[in-house]
Design a protein around this ligand. Structure first.
Ligand code: G3P
Length: 216
């Protein structure tokens, strides 16, 4: 399973990249707004740090506007994947991008039928938002399982990108379900390695090591 980081903060991206397990980046308008920097500058900075798929989202809501922004974003760098919301106009724009050879990440997916439509339009990635479904007492990971099954049933090569990840168990479940990618906030990436028994075990090893006689 590929690990993307879900942030527009370049320091967080650098930090995650230094672990050697980072495959790509996803951003959205809210994450870009948090940086306080202009959109294009943020994307150019990220492109310079990570050599992998980097999702940048359109903000137009009409077909022509989405296609125009998709073209502009993909022109910044070949690694840019254009993130498009799964609306009626968005679906048309995804189909258009597919024809133009522009990879897309279809976002704000909350239902398996939306995922099926995105795959039929040729999306590179589908982003089910698991945390936001959990927030309204739905089972976010069940959506991932349904999408996985539908895509496997028909051999779609659209990648299942688990988004709105809130905790390490989302990542475990994503991997068990065969998701292709999990996009994970920096805070959760930091939690993935942590285990109290690892800390206790290491402390004991180092303590015992002090008792080993030193050679002359
Ligand atoms: O990148 C989109 C998605 O991951 C947003 O997550 O936590 O705002 O629901 P969240």
């Amino acid at each position: 399973m590929k690990f993307f980081i879900d942030t527009a903060d370049v320091d967080e991206i650098r930090e995650a990249a230094s672990l050697g397990i980072l495959d790509g980046v996803t951003t959205n308008p809210s994450l870009v707004a948090k940086t306080g920097k202009p959109f294009r500058q943020v994307i150019e900075e990220i492109v310079a740090v990570v050599d992998g798929p980097i999702s940048a989202e359109v903000t137009a809501t009409d077909f022509e506007g989405m296609c125009r922004e998709a073209k502009e974003l993909h022109a910044i760098h070949e690694n840019i994947v254009v993130k498009i919301p799964i609306t009626r106009e968005g679906l048309r724009a995804v189909k258009w991008c597919t024809g133009e050879g522009i990879p897309t990440n279809v976002t704000l997916c909350f239902h398996p039928l939306q995922a099926l439509m995105a795959a039929k339009a040729g999306a590179r990635y589908i982003s089910p938002f698991v945390g936001r479904l959990d927030d309204i007492s739905s089972d976010g990971m069940e959506l991932v399982a349904q999408i996985r099954q539908i895509y496997d049933n028909y051999g779609f090569d659209t990648e299942v990108l688990v988004a709105s990840v809130r905790n390490p168990m989302h990542v475990v479940q994503a991997a068990l379900m065969g998701a292709d990618v999990a996009t994970i906030p920096y805070k959760v990436i930091a939690q993935l390695l942590a285990h109290p028994l690892t800390d206790i075990g290491l402390e004991k090893f180092l303590e015992d090591w002090k008792k080993v006689p030193k050679a002359d």
